[in-house]
Design a protein around this ligand. Structure first.
Ligand code: ARG
Length: 464
């Protein structure tokens, strides 16, 4: 018998029952549902809406149900539609009339909004912790490769010399923003919809501030219609997760390139690579490719939820039951990708020799050559032209800028002196790029310190 059967003369058609049911995917909200119900029951009792005895019986019954669910002793039923009605039905079976009083001054509409918020709020913390671990790995690696020269690219063409540390710390900055985005999202999400009722609050003298506080929210949602209608917090989280995946997928793309024979800047640890069933020589970066591939499903979930919510009239509509699977899938995907990616990154073997060799071909010091002449008094645009002509000359004669003789150089500009060779050396080119945030070792050290302080501070706030 359905909890809402009173008004109906017929049983629900079996196909409708299955179609309507969300227990197959919302069962994972059981803990939030039970915690929320306990807070609701306690509030009802302290406001004199139900007796203290009933509240105690409800909480004890819910606690038992929680333990039984966790022990795998409960089989949920599609007949009871969703996690909310499954738990309530179990409770009433176990404790009788008190169980039937739990739903006083509440609707499944505010209940589901509450459960979903609490569940996602928890996930912002879990994912943030994973990102902090990734940051720690980046800090460790960057610390080891502060003097490792590699080519920096634009258009995937060698552009200017940087260090491996600088490249890693670029991702460090991106993940840092991802962490603060999750914090922002959590802060906006952390308002309690419980007590919004079906849409119009309730005539019972409930205390929404009490339940909000008991459940760790900063405040109750201000408007009852808003409380049950919006899913913007889930959309916001999905967009944060999409950005995390975007960053991971770019990093993965580079790892895939870097471990190809064309680059060979890194080698993956055997434990994080895979072989081919036919080509004996293959060592494939499957993990990086899968993370790159899984980015698509997270973006898909974001687009899916935006589309579900588009144009829905206030307040609750059953369409909104479709909010969950995509979000759960996105959360699971990110939770799966971050640890395996971090472990893969932590174990890479870095081929500093190949990075340096690549940085020494491709005229990465052409800007520095122009800068050299500029510092001798030539306007930058003229210096740029001279350097460009020299590059052309070198490509024609299969030479590099720093291997040209001084007389050869002087044919292009009389300003060239013996000090040009030091100015064109790769190490100088990197060391001199000491503008704030640049790749010089002192600037990467500055970045490293800032990132370390950030991680430390955020690890601390995790435990508070
Ligand atoms: N299973 C529903 C959902 O996920 C719970 C809310 C149902 N409310 C209702 N009025 N049908 O959205």
């Amino acid at each position: 018998m359905k909890l809402w059967a009173g008004r109906f003369q017929k049983e629900t058609d079996k196909t409708v029952n299955d179609f309507n049911s969300s227990i197959g995917f919302d069962a994972r909200l059981y803990k939030e549902d039970i915690t929320g119900s306990m807070a609701h029951a306690n509030m009802l009792a302290s406001c004199g809406i139900i007796s203290q005895d009933d509240a105690q019986a409800i909480c004890a019954g819910l606690q038992e149900i929680l333990l039984d669910i966790e022990a795998g002793k409960i089989a949920f039923s599609a007949e009871n539609e969703d996690i909310h009605m499954n738990v309530e039905t179990l409770l009433t079976q176990r404790i009788g009339d008190a169980g039937k009083r739990l739903h006083t001054a509440r609707s499944r509409n505010d209940q589901v909004a509450l459960d979903f918020r609490m569940y996602l709020r928890g996930k912002t913390g879990t994912i943030k912790a994973m990102l902090l671990t990734l940051e720690e790995t980046l800090i460790k690696l960057a610390g080891q490769y502060q003097n490792t020269v590699m080519p920096g690219y634009t258009h995937l063409q060698r552009a200017q010399p940087i260090t491996f540390a600088q490249h890693l710390l670029a991702y460090g900055s991106m993940f840092r923003r991802d962490i603060t985005r999750l914090e922002d999202c959590r802060a906006r999400m952390n308002e309690c919809p419980l007590g919004s009722g079906a849409l119009a609050g309730t005539t019972y003298p409930i205390d929404r501030f009490q339940t909000a506080k008991a459940l760790g929210f900063d405040a109750p949602v201000m408007n009852s219609l808003d409380g049950v209608s919006d899913r913007d917090y889930a959309v916001e989280l999905l967009s944060d997760l999409s950005l995390i995946m975007m960053h991971l997928s770019r990093f993965c793309e580079e790892i895939i390139l870097w471990c190809s024979w064309e680059f060979k800047f890194i080698e993956l640890d055997d434990a994080y690579a895979t072989g081919s069933s036919i080509m004996p020589q293959k060592k494939n970066p499957d993990v990086a490719e899968l993370v790159r591939g899984k980015t698509g499903r997270v973006y898909g979930s974001l687009m899916g939820l935006l589309t579900v919510m588009k144009s829905l009239p206030l307040a609750y509509n059953k369409d909104m039951q479709e909010d969950k699977e995509g979000v759960f899938d996105a959360v699971d995907t990110v939770e799966q990708c971050l640890p395996v990616f971090t472990a893969m990154l932590a174990t890479v073997r870095v081929r500093e020799d190949n990075m340096r060799a690549a940085a020494s071909r491709g005229f990465l010091n052409a800007t520095d050559c122009a800068d050299y002449l500029t510092k001798k008094g030539l306007p930058f645009r003229d210096a740029y032209k001279v350097s460009g002509k020299l590059v052309y000359y070198c490509t024609e004669h299969d030479k590099t800028l720093e291997t040209l003789g001084i007389e050869e150089l002087r044919q292009f500009s009389p300003l060239f002196g013996e000090d040009v060779y030091a100015a064109l050396s790769l190490d100088t080119c990197v060391r001199q790029r000491k503008s704030f945030g640049g790749p010089s070792p002192e600037q990467t050290a500055m970045q490293l310190d800032a990132l370390k302080a950030f991680v430390q501070q955020h690890r601390q706030s995790e435990t508070e």
